[in-house]
Design a protein around this ligand. Structure first.
Ligand code: GRF
Length: 191
């Protein structure tokens, strides 16, 4: 069984879809939710789904506490789903090609520092883009630059505001992230 941890900072709607998708999966399981914000929606979602939730501070992240927790839980694959902090290089190196992220734009466009949540959608709208989408990619030390595993596009429609575009992007994320994670996890040949 492949053991996965999801790292999230916010509402956790993607984490929810992943927990549901793998709740009775024969080959992979969400063994842990890890969150850096005690009040985040994802904490309640983990509780409701009966998945253990590990809370940690920025200082603990820097001191290696999260890395030790993941290693202690026997985590094979780390899934980022709206995790807003930069991970320590040591932690990223401890799961080489075993860490996935989802980004709400068609990378390499609209990635990098400060590009998260509505900042991404506002930049896409300000640039007058006709389409946007999602990117699922491996995480390496250069963050939004890891190998792209999957992209899906959606239109940017006249009259869209950041909220409308975010809704369309979230629908794509929910449809595809669990499937791509599953494909990747089952190809790992570990566990
Ligand atoms: C998603 O749009 C994801 O692409 C980005 O953060 C957002 C998280 O949303 N990295 P949620 O917390 O899963 O609802």
């Amino acid at each position: 069984m492949i053991r996965m941890a999801i790292l999230a900072s916010g509402s956790g709607s993607n984490a929810q879809k992943l927990m549901e998708h793998f709740s009775s999966h024969p080959g992979a399981e969400v063994a842990l939710i890890a969150c850096d914000r005690p009040g985040a929606g994802v904490v309640q979602r983990a509780w409701d789904m009966g998945v253990p939730c590990f809370l940690f501070s920025g200082a603990e992240l820097r001191e290696g506490t999260l890395q030790r927790e993941l290693a202690g839980a026997g985590i094979d694959l780390v899934i980022l789903a709206g995790f807003l902090r930069l991970l320590p290089v040591d932690l990223v190196r401890a799961w080489p090609d075993r860490m996935l992220n989802i980004h709400p734009s068609l990378l390499p466009k609209y990635g990098g520092k400060g590009m998260y949540g509505n900042h991404v959608h506002e930049a896409v709208l300000a640039a007058g883009e006709k389409e946007s989408g999602i990117t699922i990619h491996l995480v390496n030390e250069r963050y939004d630059e890891g190998r792209v595993l999957f992209q899906a596009k959606c239109p940017v429609l006249p009259g869209d505001d950041a909220g409308a575009l975010a809704g369309r992007i979230h629908a794509l994320e929910h449809a595809y992230y669990p499937r791509i994670v599953e494909e990747f996890a089952l190809g790992l040949g570990v566990g």
